[in-house]
Design a protein around this ligand. Sequence first.
Ligand code: C2E
Ligand code: MG
Ligand code: MG
Ligand code: MG
Length: 285
Amino acid sequence: SAKNAGRNGYRFFDAAMTVAADERLRMEADLRRALTNGEFVLHYQPKIGTASRRLLGFEALIRWQQRDGSLVAPARFIPLAEETGLIGAIGEWALNTACQTLQRWRAEGLRNLSMSVNLSARQLRNPALPAQVQGALARSGIPPERLEMEITESVAMEDPARTVEILRELKAIGIGLSIDDFGTGYSSLAYLKLLPIDCLKLDRTFVTDIETDPNDAAICAATIRLAHTLGLSVVAEGVETVEQARYLDGLACDVMQGYYFSRPLPEAAARAFIINGVRGGEPAI
Ligand code: C2E
Ligand code: MG
Ligand code: MG
Ligand code: MG
C-alpha cells in the first residue's frame, strides 16, 4: 500500500496519466482512505499588504501527511483526485477546514483576516458548489466577505461564458473571487471584463526575474495597470526577496505573497505569525 511504499511509492503520482490501470486504482484507494483517515492537512500562507506591510489574511494549501510525518505536495495528488472525482470530497473538506480555522482565530480575537481557498476545474463545474460554500459559511459562522476563492486563469477560460454564470452565483453569496496564476493561461479580455472577480494573482514566473528581465517587468507593470483600470486588485505570487518586494511596491502592486514573507505554515505557526506580525511591518492586531 502507499503507506508502506514510502517515498518511492509516490513518484507515480507525477505521471498519473500514464501509470498502469491497477496502479491507478491502488492510488485512488489510497486517496480515498487518506480522506477517511484524516491524513490531509492545510497549511496557511500569509498575504501581505504591499503599502501597509500588514497581514491581510491567508491562502489555505493542502498537503497529504504520511505516517512518518512527511508531506506530499498537492501537485502529486490533486491531478488524480481531479480525474477520479475525489476532488469533490477533498475540496469540500478543505473549504470547511479553512473556514473553521479562520473562525477559531476570530473567536480568539484575531479578527479582520481573510481566508482563500483554491478551486479545481471539476469543483467549479459542480452545480452543488454554491450550496457547499453557503454550508461552510453557515457551519463556521464566518462572514462571506472574509472568504475568497481562487480559480486558475486556465480553468476560468476553459468555458468562459459558463464561468461567468458560476462566478456570478458565487459572488451573490458575497465571497471574494480571484483569478490565480494570471498570465499563464489565455485570457479573453472580453470575458475578463465580464467576470465578477475582485483580484488577479500575478503568476510567480513573472515575479522571479522582475528586476532583471525587462519583459517580465513590463508584463507585471501592464497587468497591474490593466487590473486597476478594471477595478481589480493584484496579488503578486512567489515574492522571495526584498528587492522583488520593493520593485512591486514601485508598481503599486496591492498584495504580496511568497517565501520572503513566509512559507505556507501549519495552523499553530500561522497563528503565531498573526500575533508576531509581518517582518518589517506592524503587528496585524
Ligand atoms: P497556487 O494556488 O498557485 O499556490 C501557490 C503555490 O506556490 C503553493 O504551492 C505555494 O506553496 C507556492 N509558493 C508560495 N510562495 C512561493 C515562493 O515564494 N516561491 C516558490 N517557489 N513557491 C511559492 P503548493 O502548496 O505546492 O500548491 C500548488 C498548487 O496546488 C496550488 O497553486 C493550487 O493550484 C493547488 N492546490 C493547493 N491546495 C489546494 C486545494 O485545497 N484545492 C485545490 N483544488 N487545489 C489546491
Ligand atoms: Mg492559489
Ligand atoms: Mg497561484
Ligand atoms: Mg502559481
